[in-house]
Ligand binder design. Structure first.
Ligand SMILES: C[S@@+](CC[C@H](N)C(=O)[O-])C[C@H]1O[C@@H](n2cnc3c(N)ncnc32)[C@H](O)[C@@H]1O
Length: 268
């Protein structure tokens, strides 16, 4: 059981090091990231992720939930820091700072050796927007997907905006990072449909009977899917649109696809 340390100085080195994790370079060098808010810390706990450091504000222990999280983190060997409201405000990426935040080790997954027949995965080529990525990870979790594959140069899944948008699903969803060449090998041995969601698709995405396990492929916000990635697909589907827009937002298109493919496996 670790002792609780009290920090009130804004210039404390521990505080500066945690704050620095808002920068991608620092996250890359340390392999750590920050998750903020009780619901994210609960999701971490429930999915077996122990923070290296747990930070809470002076007034936070009025909440029984926060007291429970502090006790869990101490027991699990985390460093626990009690900080002043001013220090918490400096660490928080929100206007209205959360009462508790954790510093966690980044965990990436590998593709499983064997993919279950009823599994669905989603692959994103060069996703750029951290909010879109976080929303897709959260929706993938909700729709019961097996994992999220990031192809090529994507935004950082451990950026504060991504983590916030996942609402804790970052701790539940396997995230696999691959190059386009590595993705081509995955595609070659994928045992079911590899469906590109593409503006050039001629099939309505609601009209297909999908053959599991399904791997859904999405393009980036700007240029969409590269020809190389699209050529790996066994099917190309389109989501119909009326109006003058040329495409849907990536996170929305991903959500529609994930829910369509999993429709018969999701029950209220
Ligand atoms: C914002 S769109 C990219 C638009 C890009 N200009 C293009 O030509 O693909 C991001 C991704 O969402 C998916 N997408 C968006 N709207 C879609 C639609 N109506 N039908 C199929 N896929 C769509 C595609 O995977 C696309 O690559």
């Amino acid at each position: 059981m670790s002792d609780i340390k009290v920090i009130t100085s804004l210039t404390n080195d521990r505080i500066k090091a945690i704050r620095a994790l808002e920068h991608r370079k620092e996250r890359k060098e340390t392999g750590m990231f920050v998750a903020e808010g009780t619901s994210l810390i609960i999701s971490a706990r429930d999915n077996g992720h122990v923070p290296e450091t747990l930070v809470y504000g002076d007034g936070a222990t009025e909440s029984g939930i926060v007291r429970g999280l502090i006790a869990w983190a101490q027991k699990a060997g985390a460093d626990v820091l009690q900080v002043s409201e001013a220090v918490l405000g400096k660490l928080s990426s929100k206007d209205n700072p959360s009462t508790v935040l954790g510093v966690f080790k980044q965990r990436l997954a590998q593709m499983p050796e064997k993919i279950a027949t009823d599994a669905t995965w989603i692959a994103l080529e060069e996703v750029r927007d951290p909010g879109n990525l976080g929303t897709i990870i959260r929706t993938a979790d909700a729709a019961g997907l097996g994992g999220v594959v990031l192809i090529g140069t994507c935004c950082d899944p451990f950026a504060p905006e991504t983590i916030r948008a996942t609402m804790g699903s970052i701790f539940a969803m396997p995230i696999v990072k691959v190059s386009l060449e590595e993705f081509a090998s995955i595609a070659k041995t994928w045992p079911g449909d590899l469906i590109a969601t593409h503006l050039d698709g001629s099939d309505d995405y609601r009209a297909r009977a999908y053959r599991g396990p399904e791997l859904i492929l999405m393009g980036s916000e700007g240029p969409g899917l590269t020809d190389e990635a699209a050529a790996l697909a066994t099917a190309k589907v389109k989501i119909p649109m009326s109006g003058a827009l040329d495409s849907l937002n990536l996170a929305i298109a991903s959500a529609l696809m994930m829910y369509q493919v999993r429709a018969d496996r999701l029950k209220v």
